[in-house]
Design a protein around this ligand. Structure first.
Ligand code: PLP
Length: 393
């Protein structure tokens, strides 16, 4: 099939709900992708912070192949060996106490599960989330998302259940938390909102307020989890331990799987029938996620993300310092954002023409979330292209 044939089918049969670049990829290796014509692209999107091990990592290939040959799926009506092993693996990388997992298929589902858990556990109905946040597209996750552009056409959703504060505003948060608050839900670094890291003091305050008022602190680590920010989980930057952590994206390295992780006590709120999913934690997803997490740990990719990300951020900042186009370079680990205002989209197209994949988040920020295995030389390919773009301005 060539590109024109793919586009023809796409236009005829698919919902037209994505703004897609005119390219179709055939295969990949490491941080590179090949299109249908065999042209090579540097992938700094990684499926939006999903392909932490890059493309076609041998450990994923092996885990998938081995598991598919034995059994893809069996219902949660039965015990699943791979799922139990995955839960143990997650407990081993979480702080003590966060040792109980439930598996789902996406980030939005992990957040839906966490919201249901918080409401049932506290017997309360209000959840506080931040403006500019992103928590997913299902009804509750969308209602929790603090960006009106995603709500348009779908209101009122579950708006009664959610109240929003400015990310970082200690006064607002203090004013809003009360005895009706079931949970405060936060991202360690707002991803879709434009790569906005949180202030440690604000996170500590959120933790304290949850403790004082009997609310749960839910950290949405869907985008920031598994080493993306240079720590295994984003909340580790703030020296706090949340009550519930939601995960997805990088967890399966591209295979759809997510999780909600919490304590023994909180998890006991859910009894048989409280929540469930057909596919969540099935043998294939669990085996793949086990291979991904084990590889991230064994290959020290968290440390790599911290070191390489810091060096890269410095280089991008120094390339940008004499430019009027860039107002800020920010982020943590290999989750970087270049605030280019109105120019961000134009730069995305320029990069695409130069066979480098980046995407824009928050409307004005060029997001760099490459595979954590990216070679340093590949980050320099971006630098050269970025330098040329700025020089032409
Ligand atoms: N939460 C965060 C922080 C996200 O960044 C995303 C997706 O970008 C989601 C939740 C939703 O995840 P999914 O698209 O897998 O439903």
């Amino acid at each position: 099939m060539n590109m024109d044939e793919v586009m023809k089918l796409d236009e005829a049969y698919l919902f037209q709900n994505y703004g897609r670049e005119k390219v179709c990829f055939d295969h990949g290796v490491g941080e590179f992708l090949y299109d249908l014509e065999g042209k090579l692209y540097l992938d700094l999107v990684a499926g939006i912070a999903v392909c932490a091990l890059g493309h076609a990592h041998p450990n994923i290939v092996e885990a998938v192949t081995e598991q598919v040959n034995r059994m893809i799926h069996v219902s949660n009506l039965y015990h699943i060996k791979e799922q139990a092993q995955l839960a143990e693996t997650l407990a081993s990388i979480m702080p003590d106490g966060l040792n109980r997992s439930m598996f789902v298929n996406s980030g939005a589902e992990a957040n839906e599960a966490a919201l249901k858990l918080a409401i049932k556990h506290t017997g309360r109905t209000k959840v506080l989330t931040a403006f500019n946040s992103f928590h997913g597209r299902t009804a509750a996750a969308l209602s929790a998302t603090g960006q009106t552009k995603y709500h348009q056409g779908f209101e009122p959703l579950l708006s009664n259940a959610f109240e929003m504060f400015d990310y970082g505003s200690e006064e607002q948060l203090k004013d809003m938390v009360n005895e009706d608050t079931a949970a405060i839900m936060l991202e360690a670094v707002q991803g879709e909102g434009g790569i906005v890291p949180s202030d440690p003091g604000f996170m500590k305050l959120a933790r304290d307020l949850c403790d004082d008022h009997g609310a749960l602190m839910i950290m949405d680590e869907v985008q920031t989890g598994f080493g993306r920010t240079g720590k295994m989980f984003g909340f580790e930057h703030f020296d706090i331990i949340p009550d519930v952590v939601t995960l997805a994206k990088a967890m399966g390295g591209g295979f759809p799987i997510g999780a909600m992780v919490t304590t023994d006590e909180i998890s006991s709120t859910f009894v048989p029938g409280s929540h469930g999913t057909t596919f969540g934690g099935n043998p294939l997803g669990s085996a793949v996620a086990n291979a991904v997490i084990t590889t991230i740990v064994n290959e020290k990719l968290v440390e790599r993300s911290a070191k390489l990300g810091e060096q890269w951020k410095k280089r991008i900042s120094s390339l940008s310092c004499s430019s009027d186009v860039v107002s800020d370079v920010r982020g943590k680990g290999l989750m970087l954002g270049i605030d280019m205002g109105e120019e961000a989209k134009q730069f995305q197209h320029f990069a695409f023409k130069n066979k480098v994949l980046v995407n824009v988040c928050g409307g004005h920020v060029v997001r760099l979330v490459p595979p954590l295995i990216i070679e340093e030389e590949s980050t320099e390919i971006f630098d050269m292209m970025f330098k040329r773009y700025l020089a032409d301005k």
